[in-house]
Design a protein around this ligand. Structure first.
Ligand SMILES: Nc1nc2c(c(=O)[nH]1)N[C@@H](CN(C=O)c1ccc(C(=O)N[C@@H](CCC(=O)O)C(=O)O)cc1)CN2
Length: 285
């Protein structure tokens, strides 16, 4: 029997723990704070940012959203980041992706104080993840949320064959690092990978983050595999769908995430979890 991974239910559990942690910190005089910066008016990004702000406030955090016009220059965005780096009320800074073409995204990432890098994209934090460095540091929220879902559904990556399709900084690369650190045998595949579908079929854990709707079907999945769909695509009717053809894949997979209701809700829940951790770690310093 294929089990459907309920991302909303796991997110609810994570949020309950976060709410408690916020209360505990507040009793110690620390209110976790997050600043989300959005440049331009991409409709999907606006929704994600609004949801982040609402969730942070609902959990009792201090939350600010800075909306900047699409014409914002690199220097102007750097100045906003410098402002939040120096603001003691802010423990996590997030610059919503994608950014307009005139902005050099890696330089923006580098400008965020690594201790406030709630996305876990700063090279210092990425380096720590890759080296499985001991201690506390933020890790990209989407892959971290996926690891939480795997744990919640009893999937131990140790010794398993994992294939991650996609090599982005947001998902593919940190996902592969987390699975490697959890002792899976990991292959990263991408648009230039030969025999991609045959490779996908070797996976006990298959993570698909390509942005290509329904790239993976049931025929490309090992029977009983755990299939994680990170896709946020639109079908021909404009309906939200994933990189995996859910109907054929669910006939073959052991566990599978739906879109919507799988990975997406975990991204925001994990972001809130990370914000609270950053506040806790800065308080302990
Ligand atoms: N700086 C960042 N930018 C972006 C990130 C990120 O982690 N950091 N991730 C994505 C977008 N994203 C959060 O920012 C995000 C995407 C999707 C969801 C979500 O809950 N999806 C729902 C469906 C929502 C819908 O109906 O449209 C689901 O899958 O159920 C949350 C967050 C890119 N940018």
């Amino acid at each position: 029997m294929t089990e459907i991974i309920d991302g909303k239910a796991v997110a609810k559990k994570v949020n309950a723990v976060t709410a408690k942690a916020v209360d505990e910190l507040k009793q110690r005089g620390v209110q976790p704070g997050i600043a989300v910066v959005i440049v331009g008016a991409d409709p999907a990004s606006q929704i994600y940012v609004r949801n982040k702000n609402r969730k942070a406030q609902a959990l009792g955090m201090y939350s600010v959203v800075r909306e900047l016009p699409a014409s914002t220059t690199q220097a102007e965005l750097l100045a906003v980041i410098a402002e939040y780096n120096a603001d003691d009320r802010i423990h996590g800074i997030l610059v919503q992706s994608p950014l307009p073409a005139q902005i050099n995204e890696p330089l923006i990432t580098m400008a965020i104080d690594p201790h406030k890098d709630v996305d876990g994209f700063h090279p210092t934090n990425v380096g720590k993840l890759l080296t499985n460095f001991p201690g506390n540091y933020p890790v990209a929220n989407t892959p971290r949320g996926i690891m939480t879902m795997l744990a919640e559904y009893g999937v131990d990556p140790a010794g398993k064959t994992a294939v991650v399709i996609g090599r982005s900084t947001i998902v593919g690369k940190p996902m592969a690092a987390l699975l490697t650190n959890a002792n899976a045998t990991v292959t990263i595949a991408h648009s230039r990978t030969q025999n991609l579908k045959a490779l996908a079929k070797t996976a006990d854990i298959l993570v698909v983050a390509t942005g290509i709707a329904h790239l993976i079907t049931g025929a490309d999945i090992k029977p009983g595999a755990t299939v994680i769909d990170v896709g946020m695509d639109r079908d021909e009717n404009g309906k939200l769908t994933g990189d995996v053809d859910f109907e054929s894949a669910r006939q073959v997979a052991g566990l599978i995430t739906p879109v919507p209701g799988g990975v997406g809700p975990m991204t925001i829940a994990t972001l809130m979890q990370t914000t609270v951790e950053l506040a806790k770690w800065s308080d302990a310093e």
